[in-house]
Design a protein around this ligand. Structure first.
Ligand code: NAD
Ligand code: UDP
Length: 317
């Protein structure tokens, strides 16, 4: 298939492009390099089936395609909050432009949605039936509401124009090619531990997240995309919960680090708990994550130790 991956030079997009190429597809990787880096896909450029396109999804785009994975969007809180108006535009205009492209081409399109559509959930674990608890005017709302609006657009393009849509609600994912300074917890803690710098826990560290290794996540996205007629949102994530404090202790142990834990202020609206109910993915896709945190963290620590990673430019102030 001729497949477009928007945000293809990012953390998830680069792994996805790699996997699709390995399956024999022709991959068109579209990115404006806001939080991604060309070096993430440099090794793919020698493959004749791989094409890199520099473009911003907020502008209309045309290409002959049979499938689209729409991943373009800054994903880490510090980056999506840095220019919140842009985040809303990328989520909403990006979705409209890519849905129009899918419609014109009669192509299938998958949206990289997020557990953030559940906001700071009052129900745990979160199943797809839960409508969420989102602050619509808070500092996270550009991303949460942007992604919710995108889901709504996807459903409406299906109802009104019969576009063949997929919606993956992705929960916290980690692994090689995370950017060392994009501010997410796994990359922050590993980089701090490897430098023997203080590990910065926001709040008391009792907040809960469940961490999915990137290979499992990509497998889930591909299964969802190629499955027939699944036009409802599907949670893709690892259901094993950990507190942020437990994660810090694990990383200190696994890296043999001399780092001390320090506490910093908990950001506004930081969700207290996030845990996916993955029964729908298990039932419909026969998908279940296989890689435990111990193994995934080892691979990720190795990646950061190797020094191959590319820091993003400093956040504009
Ligand atoms: P990432 O920041 O590494 O990748 C996002 C990519 O999109 C980057 O390459 C960036 O340059 C590109 N991009 C941003 N704005 C763009 C624009 N206007 N036009 C074209 N490209 C643009 O983040 P990621 O972790 O790989 O996330 C990929 C997608 O998955 C995002 O949509 C994110 O919301 C979603 N997601 C990720 C996670 C996670 O834990 N990694 C969790 C939930 C949802
Ligand atoms: N966090 C932390 N220290 C850090 C970075 C993040 O304690 O250096 C916390 C953050 O407050 C949140 C959790 O770790 O409770 C996960 O943060 P991340 O930004 O990775 O993703 P989120 O789940 O907030 O989207």
């Amino acid at each position: 298939m001729r497949i477009l991956v928007t945000g293809g030079a990012g953390f998830l997009g680069s792994h996805l492009s790699e996997r699709l190429l390995a399956q024999g597809h022709q991959v068109f990787c579209l990115d404006n390099f806001m939080t991604g880096d060309a070096s993430n896909v440099e090794h793919l450029l020698i493959q004749s089936n791989f094409h890199m396109i520099e473009h911003d999804v907020t502008a209309p785009f045309d290409l002959e395609v049979e499938g689209i994975f729409n991943l373009a969007c800054p994903a880490s809180p510090i980056w999506y909050q840095q220019d919140p108006v842009n985040t809303t535009k990328v989520s909403v205009l990006g979705a409209i432009n890519m849905l129009d492209l899918a419609h014109r081409n009669n192509a299938r399109i998958l949206q990289a949605s997020t557990s953030e559509v559940y906001g700071d959930p009052k129900v745990s674990p979160q199943s797809e039936e839960y409508w969420g608890h989102v602050n619509p005017i808070g500092i996270r709302s550009c991303y949460d509401e942007g992604k919710r609006a995108a889901e709504s657009l996807f459903m409406d393009y299906r109802r009104k124009y019969q576009v063949d849509i997929r919606i993956a609600r992705i929960f916290n994912t980690y692994g090689p090619r995370m950017s060392p300074n994009d501010g997410r917890v796994v990359s922050n803690f590993i980089c701090q531990a490897l430098e023997n710098e203080p590990i910065t826990i926001y709040g008391d560290g009792s907040q809960v997240r469940s961490f999915c290794y990137v290979d499992d996540l990509i497998e889930g996205l591909i299964k969802l995309f190629f499955a027939k007629d699944i036009n409802v949102p599907v949670n893709i994530g690892n259901p094993e919960p950990f507190t942020i404090y437990q994660l810090a202790e694990k990383i200190i142990r696994d890296t043999n680090s001399g780092s001390q834990i320090v506490h910093r202020e908990l950001p506004e609206d930081d969700p207290i708990t996030r845990e996916p109910d993955i029964r729908r993915a298990q039932d419909l896709l026969s998908w279940t994550p296989k890689i435990p945190l111990e193994i995934g963290l080892k691979n990720t620590i190795e990646y950061f130790r190797s020094g191959l990673n590319n820091p993003l430019p400093s956040l504009p102030r």
